[in-house]
Ligand binder design. Structure first.
Ligand code: B1M
Length: 213
């Protein structure tokens, strides 16, 4: 019988092969993939997020845990698709125009995926129109914008403006983050929220997805 605590511990420690083997065992035992995700994988990733917030874990530990999580989820994805389980929300994420920094964005992406969101990652140096088009195409709940340069931060406002111009501002939430970004800036540009790190981004996305019109 699968020990979910053990599976969660494998995610926390980033033991990829063992996490995948235990996930496979759970599947073989006929356990619902959604239960495997929530009781084992997300349980582990939540601990990783908490430790990261408290500076008990640093970027390498989070990346290793996220990699283990990704492999285990990959095993479950076909089963989830077949059973019609819905993600808790869809997020289109990217780094804004002119900005090539993607390490933080990738961390946020993995944490969101690890917590049950479907994430469409459109990369770096993304034009405002591309965010809006992709969000529409995927019927996204949230556009998530990352910027690491003070010079590219205005690109975040351009995405908000592009949503307003295309009449979609009410339907799609905008969250922003990155080292130079602040809550004050988020308020100034009319975004829906700012998150300081990847774990807080998950908390914010969970709140925003509940308020989508
Ligand atoms: Co650049 N760079 N860089 N750089 N770089 C910074 C950002 C800088 C602060 C360094 C410095 O001068 N001290 C500085 C910006 C200064 C400023 O604007 N105020 C800078 C500069 C100037 C530049 C160039 C212009 C340098 C040059 O060419 N003259 C150039 C610009 C290129 C471009 O983008 N057009 C450049 C290039 C690069 C590299 C390519 C070499 C490389 C990027 C590699 C890559 O990303 N693939 C790089 C790096 C690595 C950095 C530093 C050293 C590290 C950034 C990083 O990855 N941090 C950085 C200095 C620093 O921060 N100490 C620096 C780790 C990452 C996990 O943190 O990205 O903050 P971070 O993400 C966090 C949170 O911010 C948050 O969650 C993450 C996890 O906690 N978060 C979100 C991020 N996005 C979020 C989105 C959310 C929510 C939370 O919701 C949507």
């Amino acid at each position: 019988m699968i020990d979910f605590q053990h599976l969660a511990e494998c995610i926390i420690r980033g033991k990829k092969a063992e996490a995948v083997a235990l996930t496979q065992q759970a599947v073989s035992e006929g356990i619902d993939p959604q239960v495997i995700i929530s009781e084992g994988l997300i349980a582990g990733m939540s601990v990783v997020g908490d430790r990261f917030k408290k500076n008990e874990f640093y970027v390498p530990e989070v990346l290793i845990a996220a990699r283990a999580m990704k492999e285990a989820v990959a095993l479950l994805n076909p089963l989830l698709a077949a059973s019609g389980v819905k993600p808790i929300g869809t997020v289109v994420i990217g780094t804004v125009k002119g900005d090539l920094h993607d390490i933080g964005k990738n961390l946020v992406t993995m944490m969101l995926q690890g917590n049950g969101f479907e994430v469409v990652d459109i990369g770096v140096d993304v034009a405002p129109e591309k965010f809006v088009e992709t969000a529409k195409e995927h019927n996204a709940d949230i556009i998530a914008l990352s910027a690491l340069l003070t010079t590219t931060m205005p690109g975040m406002k351009q995405v908000v403006d592009a949503l307003i111009a295309t009449g979609q501002r009410e339907a799609i939430k905008v969250m922003i983050g990155g080292a130079p970004v602040t809550q004050k800036f988020s308020d100034e540009i009319g975004a829906d929220g700012y998150a300081a790190d990847a774990a807080s981004a998950v908390d914010l996305a969970k709140i925003l997805v509940r308020t989508v019109a």
